[in-house]
Write a protein that binds this ligand. Structure first.
Ligand code: NAD
Ligand code: DAU
Length: 340
């Protein structure tokens, strides 16, 4: 492994992964291949923009020609695929781009990896593919996928295709399924950066339903470390869950965030719930622990650290909370916040 193409590398987790890998493996070359949708942001990669071992290519993973040209031009041996539409609420409004990118786009990448005989194809997946998990249970990698939102279904479809390419063509693949990542550079449509930036401006925090849903809020760099480990020590054809081993109710997350920022709990506003809302995800992380990885942050530490980053980095998020963001916010929350 020497020349890695990181698809979706200008997004939240992808950019954190690029920064992590260039620091940890100075002998690797990284090509970020990204369409720069609303969620892609080259500000995330400013710290490495002058590094000779980093290159950026603007491209769509659905565009077979450009994908293949990029792989050949940069002598790519490994693809790590982060590219996806990622916000559940947007997938409920309009699933089209989710299906295009995660289903067709993943297929294009797999075909290119097969045809050009790459050493490794790694797929970034999610705990959402397992669906809602009842209390007392947790998901192991062999469990069947039962996605319940268009987003989760698009991600589960991609996983199935990756597995099919391994079994049918012997493509050397691995998959990681992460829990809710938080940290620097996350687009503020996701709950932690949305609530943090709202709280900084003393705006209400729209908590869906009773707020008792459970998530494993994971610090993004912990996830990056796990992906690096799987790339180097993971067994070909295997799936690895990457979580925290600890769940947190959304209301607890909100309290940690408000307390960290010194803001009033009076900002909490319960609003109409998300349709089909998965109440709980829970990952069994025994398999990746056995490879030698462990989470370095609890969910509470991750939430507090993230809130501090947004407090200290208004230069980043004020540009992102622009007119397009406001239009999305009005569509998603306008009626809800009026109590409808
Ligand atoms: P993000 O929305 O911040 O970034 C996605 C990136 O993909 C953006 O840079 C965007 O421009 C790019 N992209 C989208 N469509 C593309 C296309 N057709 N071609 C090329 N680039 C395209 O997403 P994220 O939160 O960083 O998530 C990255 C990956 O990790 C996704 O596959 C997601 O499903 C998965 N994941 C996310 C989380 C989470 O909590 N955020 C948890 C587990 C897994
Ligand atoms: O679990 C991994 C997944 O985590 C990733 O695969 C997805 O890409 C990522 O978006 C995230 O999905 P969630 O739907 O869990 O994340 P989100 O930040 O949208 O919501 C987290 C929880 O907070 C969820 O229970 C819904 C709730 N929520 C969310 C928003 C945006 C609210 O209560 N209010 C909100 O305004």
């Amino acid at each position: 492994m020497k020349n890695i193409m990181v698809t979706g590398g200008a997004g939240f987790i992808g950019s954190n992964f690029v920064l992590y890998m260039l620091d940890k493996h100075p002998d690797y070359n990284i090509v970020v291949y990204d369409k720069l949708t609303y969620a892609g942001n080259l500000d995330n990669l400013l710290a490495v923009s002058d590094e000779p071992s980093y290159r950026f290519v603007k491209g769509d993973i659905c565009d077979r020609l450009t994908v293949e040209e990029t792989i050949k031009k940069y002598d790519i041996d490994t693809i790590v695929n982060f590219a996806a539409e990622t916000h559940v609420d947007r997938s409920i409004m309009n699933p089209d781009a989710f299906i295009q990118t995660s289903v067709y786009g993943t297929y294009v990448l797999l075909e290119a990896a097969r045809k050009l005989r790459l050493e490794r194809y790694h797929q970034i997946s999610t705990d959402e593919v397992y669906g809602h998990i009842p209390a007392g249970q947790s998901s192991v990698e062999g469990d069947k996928v039962e996605p319940r939102s268009p987003y989760a279904a698009s991600k589960a479809s991609a996983d199935l295709m990756v597995n099919a390419y391994h079994i049918t063509y012997g493509l050397p693949v691995t998959i990681t399924r992460g829990s809710n990542n938080i940290g620097p550079f996350q687009y503020p449509e996701k709950v932690v950066p949305l609530f943090t930036t709202n709280a900084i401006d003393s705006k209400p925090l729209p908590v869906y339903g009773d707020g008792r849903q459970m998530r494993e809020y994971q610090y993004v760099v912990d996830h990056c470390e796990a992906i690096d480990l799987v790339l180097h020590k993971g067994a070909i054809g295997e799936i690895y869950n990457v979580g925290t081993g600890e769940e947190m109710e959304n209301l607890t997350m909100v309290e940690v965030l408000l307390d960290t920022l010194g803001k009033s709990r009076g900002l909490i506003r319960h609003v109409a719930d998300r349709p089909g809302h998965d109440r709980r995800y829970s990952l069994n992380i025994g398999k990746i622990r056995a490879l030698g990885w462990q989470p370095r942050h609890t969910p509470a530490e991750a939430v507090a650290k993230t809130a501090v980053w947004y407090r200290d980095n208004e230069w980043w998020w004020r540009k992102v909370r622009n007119r397009d963001f406001d239009a999305y916010y009005e569509k998603q929350y306008g009626e809800r916040l009026k109590g409808k």
